[in-house]
Write a protein that binds this ligand. Structure first.
Ligand code: PEP
Ligand code: MG
Length: 883
C-alpha cells in the first residue's frame, strides 16, 4: 500500500500523571471491574494529595454527578477516565469540589477537581485511583510507569492507536445489519445511577450480541457499547431510560440490558472485595450481625442482593458450561425445612444434644475452612465455612438458644428460634450485603438441625420433571445428589465454564449456563424456560412459536445424535484418512460404559479424584485397584489413562494435611500434593500396577512443571514394580497444564511416553484468569492464540521425538476446535462422552491439509474471538458447527 492510501491514524498520545502519588498496576485496584479491565486498560495511582489534573489536552466530556470521576476526550477521540478512589460514588459528592465544568476544553496539567484526602481515607475502602484508557477509545498503552512515585505532570503512559478508530469501535458491529428494531423502557436500578461500574456491566452484557443498541434519556442518546457515552447520559437511580436496538440479536440485547439495569446489587458486583467497611453500622446491632459483618463476601461470587425478576420474553446471557438445549421450568435449590418438636426431653439431655451437634458441625466447618481451594467456587466454599464457624460460636446466638433450652424447649427448637430472631434483625437492615448474610445464618441453622437429627447432609430435594435447576453457585456434591433424570438443565448466577461442577454437568450430559448474574435468582419457581446452551442464553417465558421451535430443534438434535452415535462406532479418520483417536474423559465405571456406547476408543483421562472426595480418609490400595479394574473392564480392553490424584486447588481434600494457602491455584496441587504425600502416591501407584491387563493402562501426571517431578514419580514406580514383581513397563504421560510444561515440552518428552494437554488449567495459567471467576468467565477462552501457541509448542516437541500428544482439557470437547487441534499436531482428543459422535462426524469431513492451514491462521490471530470466527468460517456456517 502506498503512503498516499494509508488510512489516517490519530497521533500517539503521552499521558501525564493527573495526581501525585504511587503509581501501581491496575490489577491492584480492589475492584474486579477495574482490575478486570472491564472499562479499559490503565494504571492506578495511590494519591498523596487531593487534586486531580488533566493528563493531556482535551475536552471534559463527563463529570459524574457525585464529582468522583472525570472523563476527558482528546481531539483524536481517545477517552481517559479518572476515577478517584474506590466506591467513592457512595459519598454523593461529599469531599469533592469540581473546578472544571463539563464541556470545557482543558490544557494538560490544568486542575480539574479537588478532593478531601482525609475524608476519603476514612470513608471509602481504597484511595487507589484508576486512570483508564477506555476500551472503546481505539488506543492501546505502549508504555506505562508503575511501581514508582509520580508527581503531577510526570510521564505516566504512552498510547498508540490500535488500528480501530474510536468511532468505529464505539459503533456496534451490527449497526448496518438487518433486523427489526426493538424498543423497551426500563428504570435504572443502580443505586447511584449509571456511573463507571454499572456502565462496564452494561457494555459487558452486550459483548457477544450482534446488535446496535442505544440508551435514550431526556432527549439524549448513548451508544450502549460505550462506557463513556453511558456515563455521560447522567442517568440516575429511578430514571426511566429507553433501550433501542436493531440487528439480529436486538431482542436479546434489549432484555439483557433491561435485566442489568434493573439490578441494583449488580452495581456492587466486584468480586473479592472485603466488606470490612460495613463493620461500623453493624457493630451497633445485635452480636450475630457483628459476627457476620466480619465475614468477607465470598471471593469471586458477585455480590447479589435483591434484583428485578426478568420479564416474559427476556433472554439472560450466560456462559456455556455444558452444551445443549433444554426446555423446562425453573426450580430453585433451597434449604430443606426440618421439623423440630417444641418441647425438650429435659434440660440436661437437650443441652448435651445441642453441644454434640455443634461439635459435629464445628469439626466439619473447620475442615472446610482449612481446605479452601482454587477457583472462585471452592474458595467461596472455604470462606463461607469460615464465616459459618464464626456464627456457630456467636455468644448472643448461643445465649439465646441456651436460655430457650433452659425454659424447656428442645435443642432444635431453641436453635431455630435464636437463628430466626437474628435473621429477622438482619433482614431489617438496608445494606444488601448484610441482608445477604441471612443466607449464612439459615444455612447454619440447617446444618445444626441436621446434625441433631443424626444426618450428615440434607436429603436431595424432590425435583419436578424437566427442572431447570437455578442456584447462585453449585457444589459438585450438590449436583451429583440431584435426580439427574429430572434435571433438564442448570442455570447458575455465578460459576465458571471449566469449574469442576461444569465438567460434571457435561459428563452427565446436562446443558448448563453459568455466570448468568443475579437476575436468574429472581425467577419464580415454575417459570417456563428455554436454556439455550449453544447460544449462551436463558430465555424466560418464551412465546409459543419459540418453544415449538426449540422442541423441534431438540427432536432434530436427538435424531442427528442417534445417527452420529451409530456412525461413531467406527474408528475416527479425517476425510483423507489421517487417524485421530477420539477418547473420553471419565470419572466412573458407569461413565466408561456410556462412553464406549458413544464411540469412545479409550479413556484419555480418568480423574481419580472421584475416589478421594466426600469422605473422611483416603481409599486404600484394594479399594482403588477394584475401582480402576472396574473401569478397565467397562472399557473392554480399550486404553485407560489413569491420572494420579489431582488434589488441592479447587479439589481440596479435607483429610490431607494441606497448608492454608493464600492462593491455592498456585499452591500445593496435582503432582505436588502427591509428592508431598509419598505414602498416598505409593498406594495409588501400587493400585494402578495391580490392574489387569496392565498393558491396557497408562499413567498420567497432573500439573507437571519440570522434569524432576517426572523423575521422582518414575523412581517410585520402578521401586514398586520391583516390589510387586511387575515385568511390564507402564507408559507414563505428562500433562501440559502450565505454561512452564508447554515451554519445556521438548525437555519433558525425554522423560514422558506421551503428552496430554489440559487446556482448562493451561488457559487459566496462561491468561492469568481464575477458571471459576464469574466476571472473567466469558474471556476465559482456550482458543486464545496465546494458548494455541503453547499447544503448538508442545505438539511440535512431541512430534520431534515421535511421541503421541493428546488434548484432554475442555477444548477437546468443542467440535469447533477439533480441526484446529488436529492442525496443530494433536493425535488424540479426549472429550466428554456426549460429544464424541459429533466430534467424529466433524473430523471425518476435514482434511489434514485444511486443518493445518486453519491452525496457521489461528496462531497469527489477535484474540480468541478472531480464532472462533476463523474456525467457523473454515467449517462453513451452514455446517452445523455450534457456537
Ligand atoms: C485441565 O486442566 O484441562 C484438565 C484436564 O484437568 P482438570 O480439569 O481436572 O483440572
Ligand atoms: Mg487441570
Amino acid at each position: 500500500m502506498s503512503a498516499g492510501t494509508t488510512p489516517l491514524q490519530p497521533p500517539a498520545i503521552a499521558l501525564l500523571a493527573p495526581l501525585a502519588g504511587w503509581s501501581a498496576p491496575l490489577d491492584e485496584a480492589p475492584d474486579a471491574v477495574f482490575a478486570g479491565r472491564m472499562l479499559g486498560d490503565g494504571v492506578a495511582i495511590d494519591p498523596t494529595s487531593g487534586t486531580l489534573h488533566a493528563p493531556c489536552d482535551g475536552e471534559l466530556v463527563v463529570l459524574a454527578a457525585s464529582r468522583h470521576a472525570v472523563t476527558l476526550r482528546t481531539t483524536g477521540g481517545c477517552q481517559i477516565l479518572m476515577h478517584v478512589g474506590i466506591d467513592t460514588v457512595n459519598l454523593g459528592g461529599e469531599g469533592f469540589t469540581a473546578v472544571a465544568t463539563p464541556g470545557a476544553r482543558v490544557r494538560s496539567g490544568e486542575l480539574l477537581l479537588r478532593f478531601d484526602l482525609d475524608l476519603l481515607a476514612r470513608r471509602v475502602p481504597s484511595l487507589l485511583t484508576p486512570v483508564i484508557v477506555t476500551a472503546e477509545s481505539g488506543f492501546r498503552i505502549v508504555r506505562r510507569i508503575v511501581g514508582s512515585e509520580v508527581r503531577v505532570g510526570d510521564p505516566l503512559m504512552d498510547l498508540a492507536p490500535d488500528g480501530s478508530s474510536a468511532a468505529a469501535v464505539a459503533a456496534s458491529p451490527a449497526a448496518a445489519a438487518p433486523g427489526q428494531g426493538v424498543l423497551r423502557r426500563a428504570s435504572v436500578g443502580f443505586e447511584h445511577g449509571i456511573h463507571a461500574r454499572p456502565a462496564a456491566l452494561l457494555t459487558a452484557a452486550l459483548r457477544n450480541l450482534a446488535a446496535d443498541v442505544r440508551l435514550a434519556l431526556r432527549g439524549r442518546e448513548a451508544n450502549a457499547r460505550s462506557t463513556v457515552a453511558l456515563m455521560a447520559l447522567g442517568a440516575q437511580h429511578g430514571d426511566e431510560v429507553e433501550i433501542r436496538a436493531t440487528g439480529p440479536d436486538a431482542a436479546l440485547a434489549v432484555s439483557a440490558l433491561a435485566a442489568v439495569l434493573g439490578t441494583e446489587a449488580a452495581a456492587s458486583a466486584k468480586g473479592a472485595v472485603t466488606t470490612g467497611k460495613h463493620a461500623q453500622p453493624v457493630a451497633a446491632q445485635a452480636r450475630p450481625a457483628a459476627a457476620m459483618a466480619a465475614a468477607t463476601t465470598p471471593a469471586g461470587a458477585a455480590d447479589f442482593g435483591s434484583v428485578a425478576a426478568p420479564a416474559p420474553g427476556d433472554g439472560l446471557p450466560g456462559v456455556i458450561a455444558s452444551r445443549g438445549l433444554a426446555i423446562g421450568r425453573a426450580f430453585h435449590l433451597r434449604r430443606p425445612e426440618i421439623a423440630v418438636a417444641e418441647s425438650g426431653a429435659g434440660v440436661a439431655h437437650e443441652t448435651a444434644a445441642f453441644e454434640g451437634a455443634r461439635a459435629v458441625v464445628r469439626a466439619r466447618l473447620e475442615r472446610g475452612a482449612a481446605a479452601a481451594g482454587e477457583g472462585a467456587g471452592a474458595r467461596a466454599a472455604g470462606e463461607i465455612a469460615a464465616a459459618h464457624l464464626e456464627l456457630l460460636e456467636d455468644p448472643e446466638l448461643l445465649a439465646a438458644a441456651r436460655v430457650s433450652i433452659a425454659a424447656g424447649r428442645s435443642a432444635g427448637f431453641a436453635w431455630r428460634e435464636a437463628v430466626r430472631a437474628a435473621a429477622a434483625q438482619l433482614r431489617a437492615l438496608t445494606d444488601p450485603r448484610l441482608r445477604e448474610r441471612v443466607d449464612d445464618l439459615l444455612d447454619l441453622e440447617t446444618q445444626v438441625l441436621l446434625s441433631l437429627a443424626g444426618a450428615a447432609t440434607a436429603a436431595a430435594p424432590e425435583l419436578p420433571e424437566n427442572s431447570i435447576v437455578i442456584a447462585r453457585e453449585l457444589l459438585p456434591s450438590q449436583l451429583v445428589a440431584l435426580d439427574a433424570a429430572r434435571v433438564a438443565g442448570l442455570a447458575t448466577a455465578a460459576g465458571g465454564a471449566t469449574s469442576h461442577v461444569s465438567i460434571i454437568a457435561a459428563a452427565m450430559e446436562i446443558p448448563a449456563l453459568v455466570a448468568l448474574g443475579p437476575a436468574v435468582l429472581a425467577l419464580r419457581d415454575g417459570t417456563p424456560l428455554v436454556l439455550d446452551a449453544e447460544r449462551g442464553v436463558l430465555e424466560v417465558e418464551p412465546a409459543a412459536p419459540r418453544v415449538n421451535a426449540a422442541r423441534a430443534a431438540l427432536a432434530a438434535r436427538r435424531e442427528q445424535a442417534a445417527a452420529q452415535r451409530a456412525a461413531a462406532q467406527r474408528e475416527c479418520r479425517t476425510a483423507d484418512g489421517t487417524r485421530i483417536e477420539v477418547f473420553a474423559n471419565v470419572g466412573s465405571a458407569a461413565e466408561a460404559t456410556a462412553a464406549v456406547r458413544n464411540g469412545a476408543e479409550g479413556c484419555g483421562l480418568l480423574r481419580t479424584e472421584f475416589l478421594f472426595l466426600e469422605r473422611d480418609s483416603a481409599p486404600d490400595e484394594a479399594e482403588q485397584r477394584a475401582a480402576y479394574q472396574k473401569i478397565a473392564d467397562a472399557l473392554g480392553g480399550r486404553p485407560l489413562t489413569i491420572r494420579t490424584l489431582d488434589a488441592g486447588g479447587d479439589k481440596p481434600i479435607a483429610y490431607l494435611p494441606q497448608p492454608r494457602e493464600e492462593n491455592p491455584a498456585l499452591g500445593l496441587r496435582g503432582v505436588r500434593t502427591s509428592l508431598a504425600n509419598p505414602a498416598l502416591l505409593r498406594t495409588q501407584l501400587r493400585a494402578i500396577l495391580g490392574v489387569r491387563p496392565l498393558e491396557q493402562c497408562r499413567i498420567l501426571l497432573p500439573m507437571i512443571t519440570d522434569a524432576a517431578e517426572v523423575a521422582a514419580v518414575r523412581a517410585l514406580l520402578a521401586e514398586l514394580r520391583a516390589e510387586l514383581s511387575v515385568p511390564h513397563a507402564i507408559a507414563v504421560g505428562v500433562m501440559i497444564e502450565t505454561p512452564a510444561s508447554a515451554v519445556l515440552a521438548d525437555r519433558l518428552v525425554a522423560d514422558a511416553d506421551f503428552l496430554s494437554i489440559g487446556t482448562n488449567d493451561l488457559t487459566q495459567y496462561t491468561l492469568a484468569m481464575d477458571r471459576g471467576h464469574p466476571l472473567l468467565a466469558s474471556r476465559l477462552d482456550a482458543l486464545h492464540p496465546a494458548v494455541l501457541r503453547l499447544i503448538e509448542t508442545a505438539a511440535r516437541a512431541a512430534a520431534s521425538s515421535g511421541r503421541m500428544v493428546a488434548v484432554c482439557g475442555g477444548l477437546a470437547s468443542e467440535p469447533l476446535a477439533a480441526p484446529l487441534l488436529v492442525g496443530l499436531g494433536v493425535h488424540e482428543l479426549s472429550a466428554v462422552a456426549a460429544v464424541i459422535p459429533e466430534l467424529k462426524a466433524y473430523l471425518s469431513r476435514m482434511t489434514l491439509a485444511g486443518c493445518r492451514a486453519l491452525a496457521q491462521q489461528a496462531l497469527a490471530a489477535d484474540d480468541a474471538a478472531a480464532v472462533r470466527a476463523l474456525a467457523r468460517r473454515a467449517l462453513g456456517e451452514g455446517g452445523g458447527v455450534p457456537r
